[in-house]
Design a binder for this molecule. Structure first.
Ligand code: HEC
Length: 144
């Protein structure tokens, strides 16, 4: 398990080494991520969440790496590793795509990951409160 993680991080970094162009991801952007099961997609616990803590997680605290490494410091999918990934990381600033992505959907994917994409599960390193914090930060900063 640990080996697989190290290996995938190495693969991502080597892909990064050969990619040269950076910039915002496409908009509208196709989504590989599936819809969260049950009623989770309709849940929204961001009202009392702490966006400042969410920012700290997004910009640097998240493990194995900060969200911004892929999703970008501007939330537009233009992170350093973003261009190397297929599918590309979600562009949170893309209204056309984000109108289909609810707060609960984001919560579920951050917690459990998105199979078949570079989006790893963060449920072992982040508590539910921390995940809602980062959902609030992303939605209040970039999602229009
Ligand atoms: C290694 C690169 C990488 C990192 C690090 C990463 N993501 Fe992702 N993320 C992706 C990719 C790739 C997708 C899938 C895009 C798709 O669905 O086509 C994704 C999808 C998502 C989605 C899914 C939205 C939807 O369409 O349903 C959310 C929300 C998200 N990421 C938030 C985060 C947050 C918050 C963090 C940090 C805790 C993070 N990501 C870290 C690459 C990454």
């Amino acid at each position: 398990m640990k080996k697989a993680l190290i290996l995938s991080v190495m693969v991502i970094f080597s892909l990064f080494a050969v990619s040269s162009a950076f910039g915002a991801a496409k908009c509208p952007q196709p989504r590989k991520t599936k819809t969260a099961p049950g009623g989770i997609a309709k849940k929204d616990m961001t009202a009392k969440a702490d966006a400042a803590n969410g920012e700290a997680i997004y910009m640097k605290k998240a493990k194995p790496m900060a969200c911004k490494m892929c999703h970008g410091a501007k939330g537009d999918g233009g992170g350093k590793l973003g261009k190397a990934l297929k599918p590309a990381p979600r562009n949170f600033a893309c209204a056309a795509t984000m109108k289909k992505v609810s707060a609960g959907q984001m919560f579920y994917i951050i917690k459990n990951g998105s199979k078949g994409t570079g989006m790893v599960a963060h449920g072992k390193t982040l508590k539910d409160e921390g995940i809602w914090d980062v959902v609030k930060y992303i939605r209040s900063t970039w999602v229009k």
